[in-house]
Write a protein that binds this ligand. Structure first.
Ligand SMILES: *Cc1c(COP(=O)(O)O)cnc(C)c1O
Length: 364
C-alpha cells in the first residue's frame, strides 16, 4: 500500500470496473468497427442530451476540441482569440495551432474565472471568439460574458474540460456558448482510458463544420468542403468506455464536492479553500489560496499529503511566449502566482485519506 495521500489514483476505479470494461471491449471486438461505429454514434447522442444541446462531435482530445472550435469560428478578417492566462495554456496552444493571435483577459479574484469587465476595449473587429473556462469545475458566469460578447457580435466558446456536469441556473456547462469543448483525459471528471474530447453545440451549421474539420475537411467521403481540416477522431473503444462511465458522472461529481467541502470546513484561517458547495460546481479540483503555497505544500508533504499546482506559470509568462507578451499585465492573474495549491480530490479517495488531509490542513 502507498504511504500517504496521492493526488489521484486511477488504478482504484480501473480495478473496480475491470469486469465491465472487459465486457465493453469484447462488445467492440464482436462488432468489429474500430472507427465511428455504433458506440461512437450513441455516445455523441448521449453527451448532447446530458449537456442539453443539439449536437456533439467526438474528437481526439480537449485541445483538439478547442482548436476545431476556433477553426470553425474564424474568418479571414477575424483571426484573434481572447482567453484567460491562468487555465493551463490549452486554449492559447489551440489558438496558436490554428494560426491565430491571442489576447488575454484577467480573472475575478474570488472565482479565478474570466472577469467580463476586463474584456472592455478588447473586443474589436479582429476577434473571432472569446473563451470562457470553467476553472477547477466551477461554472463560470457565462451569461455575464455573453452579455458583453453579444453586444460586440462575438461568439463565446466554453472550455468545459474541468466542469462536465456542473449545473448553473442557465443550464449545464457547455449549453450556452456557440461551441463548447470537452476533454476525456483520464483524470478529468469523465475520463476515457486514454485521450478523447468532444465539441458540443446547438448550432446545426457549426456542428456540420466541426464534423467536417475533424475528418480531413470532408463533407462526405473523399469530398473536401471545408479548409483547415485534420484527423481528430474519438476512437470507438474510447467512446464505448465513456458510455459506461457517463451515467456515473453526477454521482462522482457529488463525491468530489463533498471532499472539497470537508477541506473547506477543516482549513485554518490562513488558507482559503475555493468553494464548491452546489450543483454549479463539478468538483474537479480542490484548490486553496494561501500566502505562500510552497510553504503549505511542504507542511502537507511532511504529513504525507501530495499536492500539485494548477497552474504554476500564467500563459503570458511561459518561457516560450514571454517575449511576445512582455507588455501584457494581468494584475489578478499574476497575483495568484505562488499562492495556489491543489489538494487530493478524486471520487475513490478514502475517508481515512480525507481525514489525513483535513487534519494536516487544520494544523497549518
Ligand atoms: C485538460 C484541459 C484541456 C485539454 O484537454 P486534453 O484532452 O488534455 O487535450 C483544455 N482545457 C482545460 C481547462 C483542461 O483542464
Amino acid at each position: 500500500m502507498q504511504l500517504g495521500v496521492p493526488m489521484n489514483d486511477l488504478s482504484r476505479r480501473l480495478r473496480a470496473e475491470e469486469d465491465e470494461l472487459t465486457a465493453v471491449f469484447r462488445d467492440v471486438l464482436a462488432e468489429g468497427r474500430l472507427i465511428q461505429g455504433s458506440h461512437h454514434t450513441a455516445f455523441e447522442q448521449e453527451l448532447a442530451v446530458f449537456v442539453g444541446a443539439e449536437h456533439c462531435v467526438g474528437v481526439a482530445s480537449g485541445t483538439d476540441a478547442l482548436e476545431l472550435c476556433f477553426r470553425a469560428l474564424t474568418s479571414p478578417e477575424r483571426r484573434t482569440i481572447v482567453t484567460v492566462a491562468n487555465a493551463g495554456g490549452y486554449s492559447t496552444l489551440a489558438a496558436q495551432r490554428a494560426g491565430l493571435a491571442v489576447r488575454f483577459a484577467d480573472v475575478d479574484p474570488v472565482t479565478l474565472c474570466l472577469d467580463p469587465s476586463t474584456l472592455v476595449g478588447m473586443l474589436d473587429d479582429a476577434v473571432a471568439a472569446v473563451v470562457v473556462t470553467h476553472l477547477y469545475g466551477r461554472a463560470a458566469d457565462v451569461p455575464a460574458v455573453l452579455d458583453v460578447c453579444d453586444r460586440a457580435g462575438i461568439p463565446v466558446v466554453e472550455d468545459c474540460a474541468q466542469a462536465i456536469g456542473a449545473t448553473a441556473p442557465w443550464g449545464k456547462t457547455g449549453s450556452a456558448g456557440a461551441l463548447s469543448a470537452f476533454s476525456f483525459y483520464p483524470t478529468k471528471n469523465l475520463g476515457a482510458l486514454g485521450d478523447g474530447g468532444a465539441v458540443v453545440t446547438s448550432d446545426h451549421h457549426l456542428a456540420a463544420k466541426v464534423r467536417a474539420l475533424r475528418q480531413y475537411g470532408w463533407s462526405s467521403r473523399y469530398e473536401v468542403s471545408v479548409r483547415g481540416g485534420c484527423n481528430s477522431r474519438l476512437d470507438e473503444l474510447q467512446a464505448a468506455f465513456l458510455r459506461l462511465r457517463l451515467p456515473h458522472v453526477q454521482m462522482w461529481n457529488e463525491t468530489r464536492r463533498s471532499v472539497i467541502g470537508r477541506y473547506s470546513d477543516a482549513a485554518s484561517s490562513s488558507t482559503r479553500v475555493l468553494e464548491a458547495n452546489g450543483l454549479w460546481h463539478a468538483g474537479h479540483l480542490a484548490v486553496v489560496v494561501t500566502e505562500d503555497a510552497a510553504d503549505l505544500a511542504r507542511h502537507l508533504a511532511s504529513r504525507y499529503v501530495r499536492t500539485d499546482v494548477h497552474y504554476p506559470i500564467p500563459d503570458h509568462r511561459q518561457p516560450a511566449l514571454a517575449e511576445m507578451y512582455a507588455d501584457v499585465h494581468l494584475p489578478e492573474t499574476e497575483a495568484l502566482t505562488g499562492r495556489i495549491l491543489s489538494l487530493p480530490c478524486f471520487p475513490e479517495i478514502t475517508e481515512r485519506e480525507v481525514d489525513l488531509v483535513c487534519r494536516a490542513l487544520g494544523e497549518y
